[in-house]
Design a protein around this ligand. Structure first.
Ligand code: AGP
Length: 621
């Protein structure tokens, strides 16, 4: 997944492209490039391997004229990390320049054909075939040539194109990869996501699949009319707010994310919830007798917690699957089945493909999404926004809490339509309303980092927070187990995923009851276990699992409920969380795990916000 940005207007384009690209760097950061046309329509082409943030000084000293330009930050898919493979790509005569996010699946056969027709290629990428196709069809009108060229490509794309032969315009088009237009008084922008343009405008148009936009210095047009969407976020919200990492900022915002999700939606006196996004389908939902939840990664873990909630409290048979499997399965569904898709970005290709499968079969589709106006939110029949605000760090944290809060509300919504009584509804609602403050209590043991100059310089001395001390104590271990049962089994998976994706340590989440069926063989003094064991209906079972581990010399860190002194005698370390309803404990037990992973990654000097090999949302299969 790459990041693209384009600018056309009255201001010098280069610095605007540069600041936009920096905000897109989390989308891919192995190489970058710019192309700006000056007043004589001569191109300034600049491509480099490496991260923008590491070349800021050099770039900001570049004197680049021109008010039309495109730029790109790359996450290599086809073709190695080289300057030649960096974008923008250009045609044989260096007249046309193009940046691309996505994958051209049939590029080999197109390339072969174009080479036979005399085209000279300078890169190994799939993208370059598109600019040569545009060159092939160029008769003086750029958008016409783009339209013809795109008819030949198969795959996914968000592209922006400029040409010195038809200057004073940017042509942009999309198919599956996200692309938005930024509309301002006398300037226009195109970008992969709002973060790149939010400091210039908050008026955006989401380009839809198979749409082509033409941006000129004083106007723009799209082949099809689109609704205007106003971004709720402020520029400040997209900044780090003084934290050394977006991930720490977003963990600190977890209580607020829950608060935002439930604000104005709880109806305590009726023991119910109001979810405006489901009004049009509420009668259909009343007929539903089976639910399928589909998601990927962290969102999948939220869906797994939702499964327990929906079965136990809404009494609806529920199954959960990962998008990349579900899209190729042949699930038995009927008109009384509803499919729920959970995604922070709303752009995850595997989840979207599963969604389109269910739409194909005429199944009611519901979205639980964070990004407003994203593809999932536009393609599902109805849905609920989690309102977690912008999540910049690749590792998803606060959005996960927003998803759990939304699934808890959905459980009450559907439960009250069916067997759930007023008393139980009221109980869940009143407990849910308390969670934001309880979560703040958990964060009280959080590290207070001062602003650090370079984001990879961890503090030499740790502050005295409990979780930081634990991270310091366990930082030399290479393997970790996370165990949990029932509502906290998915939290064990989530704790392991967070540790893996930002610290690169080996970690596995497993159901407590599964240990004896194999994983116990790995337990010894070098393989610590984090046991999530709040005082709930399976607490005793978790204690026997902890004893199994201790009997084999394993170290155990327990996540336990405040007031449980007993557990101290059994385990090596304890992190306490406040008491709440069993079904809501995941919203408290996960917070120390997100922190623990963060602290370890900082101690191990990892690039916390941009872990290697990963991307914020996987828009390609
Ligand atoms: C989580 O930290 C990861 N970034 C990843 O697993 C993520 O949860 C997954 O790609 C799903 O993304 P989505 O919620 O945007 O669909």
């Amino acid at each position: 997944m790459c990041g693209i940005v384009g600018y056309i207007g009255k201001k010098p384009a280069f610095s605007i492209l540069l600041s936009g690209l920096k905000r897109l760097e989390y989308r891919g950061y192995d190489s970058y490039g710019f192309c700006v046309l000056n007043q004589q329509n001569e191109p300034f082409l600049y491509k480099k391997v490496g991260k923008i943030s590491e070349a800021e000084v050099e770039l900001s000293n570049l004197k680049v004229n021109g008010r039309v330009g495109i730029a790109h930050t790359r996450w290599a898919t086809t073709g190695a990390v080289t300057e030649a493979n960096a974008h923008p790509h250009f045609d044989c005569k260096k007249d046309i320049f193009l940046v691309h996010n996505g994958i051209i699946e049939n590029y080999r056969e197109i390339k072969e054909k174009l080479i036979k027709e005399g085209h000279k290629f300078t890169s190994e990428t799939d993208t370059e075939v598109v600019v040569h196709l545009i060159e092939k069809y160029f008769q003086g009108n750029l958008e016409e040539a783009v339209r013809k060229a795109l008819k030949e490509v198969r795959g996914t794309y968000g592209i922006a194109v400029i040409s010195k032969k038809d200057p004073e315009k940017i042509v942009a088009a999309r198919l599956s990869s996200p692309l938005i237009l930024g509309i301002n008084q006398d300037e226009f922008l195109v970008a992969s996501d709002p973060a790149a343009i939010i400091t210039h405008t908050r008026q955006v148009i989401n380009l839809d699949d198979n749409e082509i936009a033409v941006l000129r210095p004083d106007n723009f047009f799209i082949l099809k009319e689109k609704p205007l969407t106003t971004i709720e976020w402020t520029p400040e919200e997209a900044e780090k707010g003084g934290y050394p990492h977006f991930m720490l900022k977003e963990i600190m915002e977890e209580p607020e994310a829950i608060e935002n999700a439930i604000r104005g939606r709880l109806i305590p006196e009726e023991g119910s919830v109001k979810l405006g996004g489901l009004i049009n389908v509420s009668e259909k939902l009343r007929e539903i007798n089976r639910l399928i939840l589909v998601a990927c990664g962290t969102a999948f873990h939220a869906a797994r917690v939702g499964e327990y909630m929906l079965e136990e409290y809404a009494g609806i048979p529920t199954e959960v699957d990962i998008g990349s499997e579900f899209r190729y399965r042949k699930p038995i569904v009927d008109k009384k089945t509803a499919a729920i898709f959970v995604s922070q970005s709303g752009e995850t290709a595997d989840t979207l493909a599963a969604l389109r499968e269910m739409k194909e079969k005429g199944i009611l589709t519901i979205g639980i999404t964070n990004v407003v106006g994203s593809t999932q939110s536009r393609e599902t029949d109805a849905g609920v926004y989690t309102r977690s605000g912008p999540e910049i760090a690749v590792a998803s944290t606060k959005a996960f809490l927003g998803q759990l809060a939304t699934l808890a509300m959905l459980t009450v919504y559907l439960g009250r339509q069916k067997e759930m009584g007023l008393v139980m509804g009221k109980r869940i609602i009143s407990e849910l309303a308390k969670i934001p403050d309880l979560a703040r209590n958990v964060l009280k043991s959080a590290p207070e980092f001062a602003e650090t100059s370079s984001h990879l310089t961890p503090r030499s001395t740790l502050s005295n927070s409990a979780i930081e001390k634990l991270a310091e104590k366990y930082k030399d271990f290479k393997n970790f187990w996370f165990i949990g049962r029932k509502y906290n089994q998915p939290i064990a998976l989530e704790g392991a995923l967070k540790l893996k994706e930002i610290s690169y340590l080996h970690a596995e989440g497993v159901a407590g009851g599964e240990l004896k069926h194999g994983p116990l063989a790995l337990i010894d003094e070098n393989f610590p276990t984090i046991a999530i064991c709040p005082s709930d209906s399976v607490y005793e079972k978790m204690i026997s699992n902890i004893q199994e581990i201790k009997a084999r010399g394993g170290l155990v860190i327990a996540i336990a409920t405040e007031g449980n002194e007993e557990i101290k005698k059994l385990v090596d370390d304890v992190i306490y969380i406040p008491k709440t309803l069993e079904m809501l404990t995941p919203m408290l037990s996960v917070i120390p795990l997100h922190f623990f992973a963060y602290c370890l990654a900082v101690l191990l000097e990892k690039d916390v916000d941009k872990p290697r090999n990963l991307a914020k949302s996987c828009t390609t299969e």
